[in-house]
Design a binder for this molecule. Structure first.
Ligand code: GCO
Ligand code: MN
Ligand code: MN
Ligand code: MN
Length: 385
């Protein structure tokens, strides 16, 4: 009946359901919700955990005593509900100190403060049991490149990530780090703009095995790219450490729409990849209710994200069990044992392959049946199969 339970591993950021509906043109449309209240509501709805930035929970100017009280109130709600905090992250974008970047600021003092703030936030995350630590470089970018830091920024970013990985290991936190790419917004150009960029950067770190990616549906879409393609590449590299599920219209501002609200086929193939590969991390929704909504709309949004995922998971099972789809998929793939053997390199095989005759015209004539396959997929999604 598509009602989630903790076993489904759904999580929400405190900042997602807690979003108060402020945008660059308008004031908040909703009241803030406290972290313990969010935890209790999400538990009721069947989520398994929450994720947080340091300042979603503890205001940046809180005293030590205030911080202790806030953290212990949250812990009480976690114990009461059984919800977990699998992922933590740092707000390195909200404070004006970070207006020109945090780890990539040209000001050494800002970079050092970003390290300090992140270490404290990692301490908090570890105290709450987080095992994944996300780096979304929201302010790590530029509007103008006249500052001449394009190469330096990457070196500074690398230096900070290396430092923080060593810090985690030295404290015994055992975090796995997930870089979250985004092409733009709030900066005009953000460093490491796509999943591919992040995957290319990770091998340049001192401890690449500790780093993976946190791809977001909306972010790849904003870059005009396909989210299923991006997560396939992350999975292939063994680097899908976390995921931000939401939705987005292409060519727009960052919308953070409810999962599956816009690109239902993209959502379907995303769920298929996650389910078929046995991805075992959190299924995290990084989205928020429309600014038009009241609190009831927030919980309708949260319920909708999870419900859509479960419905699509059911559709994936239906897809795999459908005999006509299975036959079409089998027909699509053509195998040839002799050619498979020849495609393993040896000097002899290379020579044999060079001498081989192919019926090029016949290869070009064959129709792979993708129209029919895609129509069956669409009809399955529309509920008529
Ligand atoms: C965004 C980002 C953020 C990050 C969050 C966790 O577009 O605002 O997706 O929501 O995911 O900061 O690192
Ligand atoms: Mn986002
Ligand atoms: Mn966003
Ligand atoms: Mn995100």
């Amino acid at each position: 009946n598509f009602t989630p339970t903790a076993a489904d591993r759904f999580t929400f950021g405190l900042w997602t359901v807690g979003n108060i509906g402020r945008d660059p043109f308008g004031e908040p449309t909703r009241q803030p919700l406290s972290a313990p209240y969010i935890v209790r509501k999400l538990a009721e709805l069947g989520a398994s955990g929450i994720n947080l930035h340091d300042n979603d929970l503890v205001p940046i100017d809180a005293t030590a005593a205030e911080c202790d009280r806030i953290v212990s109130d949250l812990k009480a709600a976690l114990v009461e509900t059984g919800l977990k905090v699998p992922m933590a992250t740092t707000n390195l974008f909200g404070d004006p100190a970070f207006k020109d970047g945090a780890f990539t600021s040209a000001d050494r003092r800002v970079r050092a403060y970003a390290l300090q703030k992140t270490m404290r936030s990692m301490d908090l995350g570890a105290e709450l049991g987080a095992q994944t630590y996300v780096f979304w470089g929201g302010r790590e970018g530029t509007e103008v490149d006249a500052g001449g830091k394009l190469l330096d920024a990457l070196a500074w970013f690398r230096e900070s990530l290396n430092f923080l990985a060593e810090y985690s290991e030295s404290q015994g936190y055992g975090y796995r780090f997930a870089l979250e790419p985004k092409p733009n917004e709030p900066r005009a150009d953000i460093f490491l703009p796509t999943v591919g960029s992040a995957l290319g950067f990770i091998p340049t770190l001192d401890r690449p095995e500790l780093f993976g990616v946190n791809p977001e549906f909306a972010h790849e879409t904003m870059a005009g790219l396909s989210f299923p393609h991006a997560i396939a590449q992350a999975l292939d590299a063994g680097k899908l450490f976390h995921i931000d599920l939401n939705d987005q219209k292409m060519g727009r501002f960052d919308q953070d729409l409810r999962f599956g609200a816009e690109n239902i086929k993209g959502a379907f193939f995303t769920v298929m990849l996650l389910e078929d590969t046995g991805y075992s991390g959190s299924l995290h929704f990084d989205a928020h209710a429309l600014r038009t909504e009241d609190e009831a709309g927030v919980w309708a949004f949260a319920r909708g994200c999870m419900r859509t995922y479960l419905i699509l998971k059911d559709k994936v099972a239906q897809f795999h069990a459908d005999p006509e789809i299975t036959a079409a998929l089998e027909a699509y793939r053509v195998e040839d044992g002799e050619l498979a053997a020849l495609s393993k390199f040896s000097p002899e095989n290379a020579e044999a392959l060079k001498d081989r005759e192919f019926d090029r015209a016949a290869l070009g004539v064959r129709g792979p049946g993708l129209e029919a396959l895609d129509q069956m997929t669409i009809e399955l999604l529309m509920g008529v199969r």
